[in-house]
Design a protein around this ligand. Structure first.
Ligand SMILES: Nc1nc2c(ncn2[C@@H]2O[C@H](COP(=O)(O)OP(=O)(O)OP(=O)(O)O)[C@@H](O)[C@H]2O)c(=O)[nH]1
Ligand SMILES: [Mg+2]
Length: 459
């Protein structure tokens, strides 16, 4: 379950914003998107690499780079961690935001989940505020079809002003159109004209005061309209990044500060402060996403996800979430720790039967006692103990955990425990690694005890 060289692909190293091109002409494509929408699956199919994929959000936590070519162009693809927005709240989201803002990709492919497109468009709209070369890849079209969701890709594309392609990332063939579109966008045959978000009048007035000053200071290194909005929104982590990467400290610059004060005065005249500004920005984006999807995403079956919602309620509500979680985890732990005793015993019996046969053989050939001691009582017995103690719990625990992951239950455990873990300055996702740590300790403990027993016995 842990990350290994092979599981992440030997070349899939976290290079941050440092792009390793194979040739000077390589174009850089960022694969962005909400968590768990299939970015790494698209990345693996296109680059032939083996990035970790899994059915829970937050599988990818660092960037990975891979190479892929079409007839016309060679590309460096960068798989970035999933993020719900560019208002980064966690380290992974900062990695994603930084790459989109400061990585200078030639195009950004925003991968979306076709079964909840409207929610995913939030990130698309924010990405389009920063760069023009955006391609929207609506993935999981097979899941949408299964849920009777019809998506009018043409309409969505016209409304967004950028190319939109439908894909099923697990089928490589379905990615051909995506690559054709990326070719067209990067070589200029298709020029996206991204929809510009218009915030309410007072916010636009404030942006208009700040934008020319920012443009003068930062040039075309980053979209000045977007930075103005972020300055008004007091996005301190972005401001720190601008300072580090572009060598301009907006909070220290006199002219920026003057313009910022003036813009803030305009906002406060209308009763807009940092607390409600974010809400207003988010609600404009949500409204815009709703407009884009109107009549373009059709749910043919009313209550198409009613059963999902019912199961969600059972698994995450206050009354039933914890009992179900505790019962399920207790069952998994019981099967792993106690249940595995039976196959362990069977394996041990089998190995000791072999050990007796080996001993008979050594007696039969009159082998010296020390040779029997080293080979049979030493090497074979230790191996037999390790295998019989460790194999069954692992063979039970990891498939069970994978089943829970595939069924989508692990993110729900993380959700249930998030509040509690946050009180200890941790986050709900850590519950999953804690479960694995607990099991490994449980499995390893008897293993160590056996080795100590063996050493005591023989020394
Ligand atoms: N049915 C179906 N499943 C898909 C498709 N694309 C990806 N998946 C599955 O969706 C799950 C999530 O895929 P990932 O590639 O790990 O998603 P991700 O966006 O990289 O996730 P994070 O790294 O957590 O942000 C995996 O179980 C994939 O096998 C698709 O088109 N159809
Ligand atoms: Mg991923």
């Amino acid at each position: 379950m842990g990350l290994t060289n092979s599981s992440i692909g030997i070349k899939a190293i976290d290079l941050g914003l440092d792009i390793k091109k194979q040739s000077q002409n390589d174009k850089v494509i960022a694969l962005a998107g909400n968590p768990n929408v299939g970015k790494s699956t698209v990345f693996n199919e296109l680059t032939g690499m083996n990035q970790h994929t899994g059915n829970w959000p937050g599988k990818t936590v660092t960037t990975a780079q891979g190479y892929c070519s079409t007839k016309n162009q060679s590309y460096v693809f960068v798989d970035i961690p999933g993020t719900y927005s560019l208002m980064a709240h966690s380290a992974e989201e900062e990695v994603a935001r930084n790459f989109i803002c400061f990585g200078n990709p030639d195009a950004v492919v925003v991968v979306c989940d076709a079964t909840c497109l409207e929610r995913n468009l939030n990130l698309v709209l924010q990405t389009m505020e920063i760069c023009n070369n955006v391609v929207v890849c609506i993935n999981l079209m097979d899941e949408a079809k299964r849920k009777n969701i019809k998506i009018d890709l043409k309409k969505i594309s016209e409304r967004l002003g950028v190319p939109v392609v439908g894909t099923i990332a697990r089928k490589k063939k379905s990615l051909t159109e995506l690559m054709d579109t990326v070719d067209k966008v990067t070589d200029g045959r298709v020029k996206p004209h991204p929809l510009r978000i218009h915030y309410e009048k007072k916010i636009e007035e404030a942006i208009a005061i700040l934008e020319p000053v920012i443009e003068e200071k930062l040039g075309n290194k980053i979209n000045s309209r977007w930075v103005s909005l972020k300055l008004l929104d007091q996005d301190n982590s972005l401001i720190t990044e601008i300072n580090t990467r572009l060598n301009v400290d907006p909070f220290e610059d006199k002219e920026i500060n003057e313009a910022l004060d003036e813009a803030k005065d305009v906002l406060s005249e209308y009763g807009i402060h940092s607390e409600n500004l974010k809400d207003k920005i988010v609600s404009t984006l949500v409204q815009e996403a709703e407009n884009v999807c109107k009549d373009a995403v059709i749910f043919e079956r009313e209550g198409y996800n009613a059963s999902d919602r019912r199961i969600d309620k059972l698994l995450t509500s206050k009354a039933t979430g914890y009992p179900v979680m505790l019962a399920l985890l207790a069952l998994v732990f019981w099967l792993t720790i106690t249940g595995s005793n039976y196959p362990s015993q069977l394996l041990a019996d089998f190995f000791f039967w072999i050990q007796n046969r080996l001993t008979d053989f050594f007696l039969y050939v009159n082998a010296p006692k020390w040779l029997h001691g080293i080979l049979v009582l030493g090497v074979f017995r230790v191996l037999a103990w390790v295998v019989s103690v460790m194999l069954p719990p692992m063979a039970i625990f990891f498939p069970l955990f994978t089943l829970l992951e595939d069924a989508g239950y692990l993110p729900r455990i993380a959700y249930n425990l998030d509040k509690t873990f946050k009180r200890c300055c941790a986050c709900g996702k850590q519950a999953l690694t804690m479960c694995m740590g607990y099991i490994i300790l449980k499995i390893e403990k008897p293993h160590f005890l056996l080795i100590i027993y063996f050493l005591n016995d023989n020394c």
